[in-house]
Design a protein around this ligand. Structure first.
Ligand code: BV8
Length: 229
């Protein structure tokens, strides 16, 4: 008899956006081979040299204008629309390609490039322009407190309680385009599996945690994801 899930959680990482032209982190020539995490993606780096951190994210934010969703993003949006059970897409990506493909039941657990967070008033505002240390907050007008709304190393990812509840209830967990090296996302497969979910990995190569998956398929996201959906 065919397996018919009633609750699906999908986790995506940088690999799903690679064929759209967004750089991954840990592949050959990836972002973390060009810049050090300690220099641009920690709260300490931002405290030490905010201009450097702003430059890093300003450049990546500007890059969003020249990329578009690929067949994998579109297939997940179609799955969300056609699936009648509970569906949640959790992405580690800070690009907006899932939204642009049509996904709506989506959590950006590591934040969003196209948003700014004000450290004075706590407001998260949509943000497409450059940002610097003098940029005033559109909500409270205070300067000096604006930062990219991204989750840096050592910070708590967004909506962990909601994600955990959905992992506990999932009967299918699918991980797409992630190296499985950054926690807590890297632990989702074990959480879902111990709660009874079928676990599937779709990645260019077996990830760090591939042995935790019931099924692991290798290939490009634009081929594997539409076929899987
Ligand atoms: C936290 C956002 C708790 C901004 C990112 C030891 C010391 C210190 C810390 C730790 C430690 N051990 C664990 C930690 C915690 C740490 C961590 O996991 N570190 C690792 C590196 C060891 N995690 C954290 O700090 C997290 N927070 O734990 O909070 C806490 C508790 C109390 C109080 C406070 C806090 C926060 C982590 C968030 C970090 N933010 N970035 C930005 O993007 O600039 S992480 C960064 O990695 C990105 O967000 C990225 O999404 C994420 C995951 O990477 P991937 O998406 O997997 O990308 P990667 O390049 O690695 O892999 C791509 C894959 O795609 C490859 O496998 C490749 O084969 C595949 N691929 C390529 N092309 C294709 C493809 N697949 C299919 N098709 C293709 N075409």
């Amino acid at each position: 008899m065919a397996f018919r899930p009633s609750s699906i959680v999908i986790l995506t990482g940088a690999g799903i956006s690679a064929e759209s032209g967004v750089a991954t982190f840990r592949d050959k020539g990836g972002i973390w081979s060009r810049v050090r995490i300690e220099d641009v993606a920690t709260p300490q780096a931002f405290a030490r040299d905010p201009d450097r951190v702003h430059d890093f994210y300003n450049e990546r934010r500007a890059g969003l204008d020249s990329v578009a969703p690929n067949a994998a993003h579109l297939a997940l949006a179609r799955l969300e629309q056609e699936f009648t059970g509970d569906f949640l897409l959790v992405t580690q990506n800070i690009d907006d390609l899932h939204e642009r493909a049509g996904s709506r039941k989506l959590i950006h657990m590591h934040g969003e490039l196209a948003k700014a967070l004000c450290l004075h008033c706590g407001q998260r505002n949509a943000w497409r322009d450059e940002m610097d240390t003098l940029t005033p907050c559109p909500t409270c007008s205070m300067g000096g407190g604006m930062r990219p709304d991204v989750v840096w190393f050592g910070e708590m990812p967004y909506e962990m309680d909601r994600i955990s509840n959905r992992l506990q209830a999932a009967d299918l967990f699918v991980s797409i385009g992630t190296s499985g090296t950054v926690y807590p996302a890297a632990g989702f497969v074990e959480e879902a599996r111990s709660a009874g979910a079928l676990t599937v990995e779709l990645n260019l190569e077996p990830s760090a945690g591939h042995s935790h998956f019931h099924r692991s398929e290798t290939g490009t996201a634009s081929m594997l994801v539409p076929a899987f959906v």
